[in-house]
Ligand binder design. Structure first.
Ligand code: G3H
Ligand code: 13P
Ligand code: ZN
Length: 304
């Protein structure tokens, strides 16, 4: 089917009180896994590429995502994740993405507003939806590193949405990217999310939402990975966040761990294998299972 804009997917999710999964891709196997999981569960998804993914795979990788999305019956938005500049966002809009994120979260409020407005203007002409971010997740977001969380201020979020007319807003409520999200007990600031939800009427996006399941980490470690103390966002907290207005949930790290675990296992058990298709097929299956599980947690199964 034709690509669907992020706005269409998210408005429907907001009405139906579920969230759409947004999964990062960097290669053929990840794209195959995400699309196969969406088809098998009859679910809408975002197939998203960061600027790092575009550097790694070129726009050919984006072309592959678009081709996959057009081939299947489930609605898919091909989305730029953490767009670092107006130029990259404009290039993606021109290339045929149906959704882009402009990440001005490291900028002062006014500069974030003006950058986001510029992208919204360029995107709306092509009916492409825009996600922006206010507040910063701890850790690395593309080329930007933040040593601490800068939680999103609810009233600033309302003002930001009003000024920019952005379609969806990513918020910082205690999650972070990668496999080491919490030192102590995992905890996201649901009270803050509730306040944001009261003041902001656009769909809210949760980044850094991988759950980093113990079983997946243990499997990777069993075959030689060193992922001690990895910790993610518990699924019950994600479900609570959806009740408070989160409509798009980003997951990348869980797929990466599943990929690494499956490749390590296969190579350990099949030392004479050297065909990449044989080596990578179990990894595709493992990532597909991760995506299917996430779709069920988000309540988006069957929501086409
Ligand atoms: O936001 C982070 C995503 O996991 C993308 O990561 O910039 O390494 O492609 P990346
Ligand atoms: P994770 O690192 O938790 O998978 O988050 C991915 C993400 O937010 C992509 O934008
Ligand atoms: Zn992110």
């Amino acid at each position: 089917m034709v690509l669907v804009s992020g706005k269409v997917l998210l408005q429907k999710a907001k009405k139906g009180c579920y969230a759409v999964g947004a999964f990062n891709t960097n290669n053929l196997e990840i794209t195959t896994a995400i699309v196969a999981a969406a088809v098998e569960t009859n679910a809408p998804v975002f197939l998203q590429l960061s600027s790092g993914a575009l550097k790694y795979g070129g726009f050919e990788l984006a072309g592959l995502a678009i081709a996959f999305a057009k081939k299947v019956h489930v609605p898919i938005a091909v989305h730029l994740d953490h767009g670092p500049s107006f130029e990259v966002a404009r290039e993606c809009i021109g290339f045929g993405f149906s959704s882009v994120m402009i990440d001005g979260s490291a900028l002062p409020f006014d500069k974030n507003v003006s950058l986001t407005k510029k992208v919204v203007a360029a995107a709306s002409a092509k009916k492409v939806s825009v996600e922006a971010e206010l507040g910063q997740l701890k850790g690395r977001e593309d080329e930007v590193f933040s040593a601490t969380h800068t939680y999103t201020d609810p009233s600033a979020a309302a003002k930001f949405v009003r000024l920019t007319k952005v379609g969806s807003l990513a918020v910082a409520i205690g999650t972070s990217h990668g496999a080491y999200k919490f030192k102590g007990a995992p905890k996201i600031d649901l009270q803050r999310l509730k306040e944001i939800g009261k003041l902001v009427d656009v769909p809210i996006v949760l980044h850094g939402a991988s759950s980093v399941p113990n079983s997946l980490v243990a499997e990777a470690n069993r075959y030689g990975a060193k992922l001690a103390n990895a910790k993610g966002v518990p699924e019950v907290q994600i479900k609570k966040a959806i009740k408070l207005g989160v409509c798009k949930v980003n997951e990348d790290t869980d797929l990466r761990i599943a990929f690494a675990a499956a490749v390590r296992k296969f190579l350990k058990e099949n030392p004479s294998a050297y065909d990449p298709r044989e080596i990578l097929s179990p990894a595709t299956e493992a990532m597909k299972s991760v995506v299917m599980r996430r779709i069920k947690v988000l309540g988006s199964e069957g929501k086409v």
